[in-house]
Design a protein around this ligand. Structure first.
Ligand code: HEC
Length: 147
C-alpha cells in the first residue's frame, strides 16, 4: 500500500469517527431536552399522586396547575422524538411506529386535559388513573427498562 493511499484511508476512517461523534453531539441536547420534559411530568406527578392517595391535603388549584403542566409537556412529546434523535433510553421502535407513539402522547394529553378540567376532589381523583396509565402505556413499549 503506498503512503498516499494509506493516508487517505486513515483520513477517511478519522472522518467517519468524527462524523459519528458530531451526530452524537448534535443529538445530545435534544435527548437532554426531552428527558427534561419527562422530568417536568414526573414533577407534576409528585404533586398530584400524594394528594390523590390522601397522603397530602387535597388542593384543587395545585392539582389543576400540575395537570396543566402535564398537558403542556404531552404536547411537546411528538416533536421531542424527531427524525435522527434516536438515543437515550428511547427504543428504536418509536421511529418504526411513530404514528402509534404520537397517538400515545395524545392519549396522555387528552387524559391530562380531562384531569385539568376536574372541578372537585372526587372528579379529580376519578380522572387521575387514566393519566398514570397513559405514562405506563407508552413507557412499556417505547422506553428501555430501567437497568
Ligand atoms: C408517548 C410516550 C410517552 C409518554 C406518554 C410518557 N413518556 Fe416518559 N418517557 C418516554 C420515553 C421514550 C422516555 C425515554 C427518553 C430518552 O431517554 O430519550 C421517557 C422517559 C421518562 C423519564 C426519565 C427521564 C430522564 O431523566 O431520563 C421520566 C421520569 C418519565 N419519562 C416520566 C413520565 C411521566 C410521569 C409520564 C406521564 C405523565 C410520561 N413519562 C409519559 C415516553 C413517554
Amino acid at each position: 500500500m503506498n503512503k498516499g493511499l494509506r493516508f487517505g484511508l486513515a483520513a477517511a476512517a478519522f472522518a467517519a469517527v468524527a462524523g459519528t461523534a458530531l451526530i452524537a453531539d448534535a443529538q445530545a441536547p435534544q435527548i437532554a431536552a426531552r428527558q427534561e420534559v419527562m422530568k417536568q411530568q414526573a414533577g407534576a406527578n409528585r404533586v398530584i399522586v400524594p394528594m390523590v392517595r390522601g397522603e397530602q391535603p387535597f388542593n384543587l388549584a395545585a392539582g389543576k396547575q400540575a395537570a396543566n403542566t402535564l398537558v403542556a409537556a404531552a404536547k411537546q412529546i411528538p416533536g421531542a422524538f424527531g427524525p435522527g434523535t434516536e438515543g437515550g433510553n428511547a427504543l428504536p421502535a418509536i421511529w418504526a411506529n411513530k404514528a402509534d407513539f404520537d397517538a400515545k402522547a395524545k392519549t396522555l394529553e387528552d387524559a391530562a386535559t380531562r384531569l385539568a378540567a376536574a372541578n372537585d376532589e372526587a372528579a379529580f381523583k376519578a380522572a387521575f388513573p387514566a393519566v398514570g396509565q397513559a405514562c405506563g402505556g407508552c413507557h412499556t413499549p417505547y422506553r428501555k427498562p430501567a437497568s
